[in-house]
Design a protein around this ligand. Sequence first.
Ligand code: FES
Length: 159
Amino acid sequence: MPKLTILPEGKTIFLSEETPVMEALRDEEIYIKSSCGGVASCSDCVIKVVEGADHCNPPPFEETRLLGNVFHITKERLSCQLKCHGDITIDISRHDKAADESKLQNKTSSFVTKRRTKDDVSKIKEERQIEKENRPEGKEGGKRRPRPFRTDTPPKRRS
Ligand code: FES
């Protein structure tokens, strides 16, 4: 059974060769960010392979489509697609559950504060009414009308 060493904590777990790394980490209740649930479409689950790159499966097409073919430079892999047949060491320091949750909370709270209440809507209507009343004569919009459809001339026939 391959051994997986997880940095920065230095924790070690064992996983089967058929189990994706993300699944093994989740079984151990280690947080890995994911939006797609492990189907290789979000690229949130990126981890860094620090040691044992030779013991990893080659990146499948879905992974190279997202990350490109630059593993030999970046050492980054999608943990949902990564399987290993030997001991490897990975770095998951970019997956911080607390930071992700606070980001999400900030997004949600800013959305709530931006929502218009009934008072806001009535205030906006009042302001528009005042603006309309204070508009100078002859500057109102809507003076131009579309030309009426003429029915007195027969439509042209195609020859
Ligand atoms: S979990 Fe979405 S790409 Fe891996």
